[in-house]
Design a protein around this ligand. Structure first.
Ligand code: G3P
Ligand code: MG
Length: 266
C-alpha cells in the first residue's frame, strides 16, 4: 500500500481559530486561508448517523445540551453550531460526515477523519467506512482515518480498509514512562501492531529529540496542536511530516496556498 502524502499543515477542526470548529464554514475558511487538508472529529448520533463533533456533549459548541450520542440526527439538525463562535455564523449546522465530505470534495481538500472514543467506537468505524466507500471521490491519497482509541484501530485493521490509518497519542496520559529512551520505539511498535502508518502525537511535552527518534522509526509523524510558526518549523526540521493547527494565519508561510489540490475548486 502506498503511503498517503500528508501536508505540512492540516487545518485542525477546519481551522478552529477562524470559524466555528468542525463546521462547513470552518472547512471553507480553512480552504480560503490556504489549507490543503482539514482534520475533523466524528461520532455517531443516537440513530447511527456519523456526525462531525469534537466533544462528547453538545454543550460547548452548540445551543443544545447533552451527549451527542443521545440525540437523533433529526434532533442534531436543529442545533446551531455557529452562534457560540460569532453572530456571523449563527445557524451553522452540525454536519453529517456525508455533508462534510461533499463540502471538502468540492473544496478540493484532503480529509483526516478522527474517530472519537465513545461506547460505540467500533460501530462508528463501520459507519465511517460505509460513507467513504460509498463515494468514489475518496481514494487513498486524500484520506487519513485516525483515533486515540485502540478499539477503533483494531476495527479498522480487521476491516482491511484501503485507507491509511493513524494512531493518536496524548503524552498527558500515555502509558509509556516519560523520558525513557525506549518510549519512541514503544510508540512505533504500538502503531505497527495496529496497522497504523501514521502516528499523531501531542505537542505539549514532546521534545525535539524524542520526535527525531520517533520519526526515524515511522513513515509519517504528525504533531497536534501547533499554533506558533517557530515551533512548527522546529518540529518539521526534527522530522515531523506535518502539524495540526487552529491558526492558519500564524502558519501561513507553511501552507501550499492550495496550488493544485485534489480537484474541486482547484
Ligand atoms: O487529530 C489530532 C487532534 O485533533 C487530536 O486532538 O482533541 O483536538 O481531537 P483533539
Ligand atoms: Mg481531533
Amino acid at each position: 500500500m502506498s503511503t498517503t502524502e500528508l501536508p505540512q499543515v492540516l487545518a485542525h477542526r477546519g481551522g478552529a481559530r477562524h470559524a466555528p470548529e468542525n463546521t462547513l464554514a470552518a472547512f471553507r475558511e480553512g480552504r480560503r486561508r490556504g489549507a490543503s487538508w482539514v482534520e475533523f472529529d466524528v461520532a455517531l448520533s443516537a440513530d447511527g448517523i456519523c456526525v462531525v463533533m469534537h466533544d462528547d456533549t453538545l454543550d460547548r459548541t452548540t445551543d443544545l445540551l447533552g451527549n451527542v450520542w443521545d440525540q437523533s440526527y433529526a434532533g442534531l439538525r436543529e442545533a446551531d453550531a455557529g452562534s457560540w463562535f460569532s453572530e456571523e455564523h449563527a445557524g451553522e449546522l452540525v454536519p453529517s460526515l456525508g455533508l462534510a465530505l461533499t463540502e471538502c470534495d468540492s473544496l478540493g481538500l484532503g480529509v483526516n477523519i478522527e474517530i472519537k472514543t465513545t461506547e460505540r467506537a467500533t460501530a462508528t468505524v463501520s459507519a465511517v467506512l460505509a460513507v467513504l466507500e460509498g463515494d468514489a471521490a475518496w481514494d487513498t491519497n486524500r484520506v487519513l482515518i485516525s483515533s486515540f482509541d485502540v478499539r477503533v484501530l483494531l476495527a479498522l485493521q480487521a476491516s482491511e480498509t484501503k485507507f491509511t490509518t493513524g494512531l493518536l497519542i496524548d503524552l498527558a496520559d500515555d502509558s509509556e514512562p516519560p523520558g525513557g529512551p525506549n518510549r519512541s520505539a514503544a510508540w512505533a511498535a504500538r502503531a505497527q501492531r495496529l496497522g497504523a502508518r501514521v502516528l499523531g502525537i501531542s505537542n505539549r511535552g514532546l521534545s525535539l529529540d524524542e520526535l527525531r527518534r520517533t520519526a526515524d522509526q515511522l513513515d509519517q509523524v504528525l504533531v497536534f496542536t501547533v499554533n506558533e510558526l517557530e515551533r512548527a518549523q522546529a518540529l518539521l526540521a526534527a522530522g515531523a511530516t506535518g502539524v495540526f493547527s487552529d491558526d492558519l494565519d500564524a502558519l501561513g508561510s507553511l501552507l501550499p496556498k492550495h496550488v493544485g489540490g485534489f480537484g474541486g475548486m482547484g
